[in-house]
Design a protein around this ligand. Structure first.
Ligand code: HEC
Ligand code: HEC
Ligand code: HEC
Ligand code: HEC
Length: 447
């Protein structure tokens, strides 16, 4: 599937983007929580002959200690248990929920594998947290087929295994809980009640999650199946698409007379009045206005850098679409129509990126582009800077693993200094962040 990058191949991939969505786009697989199959329960996977070994088995194609890694190291194990803590009780109280958080669908939808009653097998336990089947799909049909001799991945997928190995499918899965979609969302109301702000970048979080699988190790035989930059890029495109879907959704897009504030730049409202800080973002043209709440454009900025790196025209399409979207959200234009166009463009981009292999030169271009966006002052708020930091780190990390970064150690030290500046969102100083980006740029430009 990974075509080697050539300009011709790339232009073919993106030629379709001039037209409406290609009719051949296959429908996205149902997410695990949407599956019509039964969830059989984690205990079925944990047997020591299956995925519950203490150490990995040398001759097996998979590690077989997945359960142990997950249960001992992975925060997903305790995702349901946190609903019993004090913070959750306060959130539930502030929201006026009738039931405790640990029984409320609004919480369980993201903190557990909350499938309908009739799809819970006998050994299903809600308090298992976000367990195997919450990501790999309910196993009713694939549990038997995946262990027969000669079983192959495609057959398992046909029997309901969710394709977590495919970047687009993985992005939709992780984003569904870590970013939100039209079915579930950490709304501004939830944050007002005390829920932490969500911060997410697909590649960073994929690396942070304790690995219970091999593909992350670039020097293993199957090394190149793991393409960190592709995962990052697909994650950005689909985050944009998902935020457009939320904006367009009649029940999600609004809360009372206001639009859903979680889609907007938090610091447009949350900063002291003595600190006058408004300035238009350099990329998005004259439609931006002071005193108007701006859509959170962190992922849009990443997508813009990405599209530009692929080719100039694509970059312009993203820039114009984003500028029109911001203008429409400030009152000049049809917001629904602009959001729909942005969503279609982002989906098309995600599919195109999935077919690409980024060269080291492109990756270096991406890293520099992301830094330059910050030098022009567009990461003026914390969430933009944080998203940019995770993005630059993902790209640089992958370059470094491929041994394509001469000044790797220096770049790493600069990234650590940037991370320190992001430790406290309440006291984030855009100017310091910018100065540190300037130092990083010098090291990166060394090649
Ligand atoms: C759209 C999905 C989503 C919904 C809905 C949601 N959460 Fe969360 N919640 C998350 C994610 C993702 C995190 C982890 C954030 C991180 O660490 O990056 C989290 C973190 C938390 C934390 C902090 C956990 C810790 O380890 O400190 C608490 C407490 C919490 N949620 C409670 C709730 C409660 C109570 C509800 C229901 C009122 C709820 N959540 C609804 C996705 C969601
Ligand atoms: C938060 C989501 C998540 C959870 C929970 C999870 N996995 Fe995974 N799993 C993944 C991802 C992502 C991959 C990597 C797929 C790839 O890159 O090929 C993976 C890979 C695997 C693989 C390797 C597949 C292969 O073909 O190489 C096995 C086996 C596996 N998981 C088993 C389990 C088991 C058993 C559990 C429960 C104990 C579990 N997983 C829980 C997300 C998850
Ligand atoms: C069903 C919802 C759900 C899905 C799907 C999901 N997560 Fe999570 N994830 C959570 C929640 C909730 C937490 C917070 C757990 C806690 O803090 O107790 C979490 C925590 C994490 C953490 C720990 C974050 C921290 O602050 O240390 C990482 C990393 C992570 N998830 C990565 C992923 C990745 C990668 C995927 C996709 C392969 C994924 N998650 C899929 C809900 C989900
Ligand atoms: C349009 C303006 C606006 C935007 C944009 C906005 N908020 Fe708010 N926020 C408010 C208002 C108004 C309140 C209620 C303040 C009060 O009750 O005194 C509030 C309350 C909160 C609270 C509760 C504070 C408290 O005193 O308990 C949190 C947390 C919060 N917002 C976080 C965020 C985050 C994170 C974002 C961005 C994702 C965001 N807000 C975006 C206007 C906004």
């Amino acid at each position: 599937m990974n075509k080697c990058f050539t300009m011709a191949a790339l232009l073919t991939v993106f030629a379709v983007s001039a037209a409406p969505l290609p009719a051949t786009a296959s429908p996205a697989p149902l997410l695990p929580y949407q599956s019509p199959d039964k969830t059989i329960g984690t205990v079925n996977c944990a047997n020591s002959m299956c995925h519950g070994a203490i150490t990995n088995w040398k001759d097996s194609r998979v590690l077989q200690n997945e359960y142990v890694t997950w249960s001992r190291l992975d925060k997903h194990t305790r995702a349901t248990a946190v609903l019993n803590n004090e913070r959750s009780a306060r959130i539930a109280h502030n929201l006026g929920l009738k039931e405790p958080a640990s029984q409320a669908a609004i919480c369980l939808d993201c903190h557990a594998h909350n499938v309908p009653e009739q799809l819970r097998g006998e050994r299903f336990v809600m308090s298992d947290g976000i367990a195997c089947e919450a990501c790999h799909g309910p196993a009713e049909r694939w549990v038997r087929t995946h262990v027969v001799a000669g079983a192959n991945h495609a057959d398992n997928i046909a029997h309901g295994l969710y394709p977590v190995d495919q970047p687009i499918a993985r992005a939709r899965l992780c984003l569904s809980c870590h970013f939100g979609n039209a079915d579930k969302l950490v709304t501004h109301r939830l944050m007002g009640a005390g829920h932490p702000r969500l911060s997410f970048e697909l590649e960073t979080f994929s690396m942070v999650e304790p690995a219970h699988f091999r593909q992350k190790e670039p020097d293993h035989g199957e090394a190149l199946r793991w393409d960190g930059v592709k995962i990052w890029a697909v994650g950005q495109a689909l985050a944009v698409s998902q935020s457009m879907s939320i904006l367009l959704d009649p029940k999600r897009g609004h809360d009372g007379i206001f639009p859903e504030l979680v889609l907007f730049d938090c610091h447009a409202c949350h900063h002291p009045m003595s600190e006058t800080r408004w300035k238009p973002h350099s990329e998005f043209g004259p439609g931006q206005a002071p005193g108007v709440v701006r859509l959170n454009d962190a992922n849009l900025l990443m997508l813009l850098v990405l599209a530009r790196q692929i080719n100039h025209d694509l970059g312009e399409r993203v820039r114009i679409a984003a500028a029109r979207l911001q203008a429409a959200s400030a009152g000049s234009g049809d917001l629904a129509s602009e959001a729909r166009q942005m969503r279609d463009l982002a989906e098309t981009l995600a599919r195109g990126i999935d077919e690409l292999q980024f060269t080291p030169a492109m990756m270096r271009g991406l890293a520099l582009g992301l830094v330059d966006e910050g030098l022009s002052g567009d990461y003026s708020d914390y969430s933009g800077a944080e998203q940019a930091f995770m993005s630059i780190s993902s790209v640089v990390d992958f370059l470094n693993r491929q041994k394509s970064l001469a000044a790797g150690a220096e770049v790493g030290a600069d990234l650590n200094r940037l991370a320190l500046l992001l430790r406290d969102d309440e006291h984030f100083k855009p100017a310091e962040f910018q100065a540190q980006l300037r130092t990083l740029r010098v090291a990166l430009a060394r090649g």
